[in-house]
Write a protein that binds this ligand. Structure first.
Ligand code: 13P
Length: 258
């Protein structure tokens, strides 16, 4: 079951950065990551900066683009929404689905998250499915039950081919933007649980192939220790991805040593 999983580091800019800040950012980031070829990299700017980023990157394989959200609907009278087709039109490859900020602040349910996953896959966008427990849930010893409910809610009914397209991000809510990183042991335990869930629910092959990223106060200082836990296949970085140099350092920390 030792299928090597290429590390994947993605930067979620959240509601930061304007379109005019994209070009100077990418200029530095591209330079800083020039020699790195064995890590998958994505940046996930806000919608208004995607077109600019897409124009600059021009569909390069090296730095992929992701969107932070997407409508579960295909098209039509949904004022203010962005469809999967609109994202594909800008050569977007990934889309975050079920980020805890969307669940918590915008009331996204597991059922909505599932619909978004299905819509993304139908348009050949690869969902980065975010899961994770709150501090209260962890203190009550419920973290595994929460992860299981979020995973089963989002992934129910998907075929093996669909499951192969999915990336999972474990982001404990208490570690997001707080400077309180999960310890490598805590993160590994949760990632192992997620992989076990996939093995039971979807089979060993899917479990062995699926990349599971860790997110929550990842910095250049703590990245390496987290990234080389056996079940951690990359990082979903918020705050530290806003500076191109510190994000490039995190990407560099994901380079395999041998
Ligand atoms: P921080 O890295 O700022 O904690 O954010 C993590 C996150 O939510 C990435 O999606």
């Amino acid at each position: 079951m030792a299928i090597p999983r290429k590390k994947f580091v993605a930067g979620n800019w959240k509601m930061n950065m304007t379109s005019s800040e994209v070009s100077p950012y990418l200029e530095v980031f591209r330079l800083e990551t020039e020699g790195i070829n064995n890590v998958d990299i994505a940046i996930i700017p806000p919608f208004t900066a995607l077109a600019k980023a897409s124009e600059i990157l021009g569909g390069t394989q090296k730095i992929r683009l992701g969107a932070q959200n997407m409508s579960p609907e295909v098209k039509g009278a949904y004022t203010g929404e962005i469809s999967a087709t609109m994202l594909r039109d800008l050569f977007i490859r990934y889309v975050l689905v079920g980020h805890s900020e969307r669940r918590r602040l915008f009331g996204e349910t597991d059922e909505l998250v599932h619909r978004k996953v299905v819509t993304a896959l139908a348009s050949e966008l690869r969902p980065i499915l975010c899961v994770g427990e709150t501090l209260e849930e962890r203190q009550a010893g419920q973290e595994k039950a929460i992860l299981e409910a979020q995973l089963s809610g989002a992934l129910t009914g998907l075929t093996t081919d669909q499951l192969e397209e999915i990336v999972i991000a474990y982001e404990p809510v208490w570690a997001i933007g707080t400077g309180l990183t999960a310890t490598p042991a805590q993160a590994q335990e949760a990632h192992h649980f997620i992989r076990d869930y996939l093995a039971t629910d979807s089979g060993l092959e899917i479990a062995a192939k699926t990349r599971i990223l860790y997110g929550g106060s990842v910095t250049a200082d703590n990245a390496r220790e987290l990234l080389f836990q056996p079940d951690i296949d990359g990082a979903l970085v918020g705050g530290a991805s806003l500076d191109p140099r510190s994000f490039a350092e995190i990407v560099a920390a994901a380079v395999p040593t041998e």
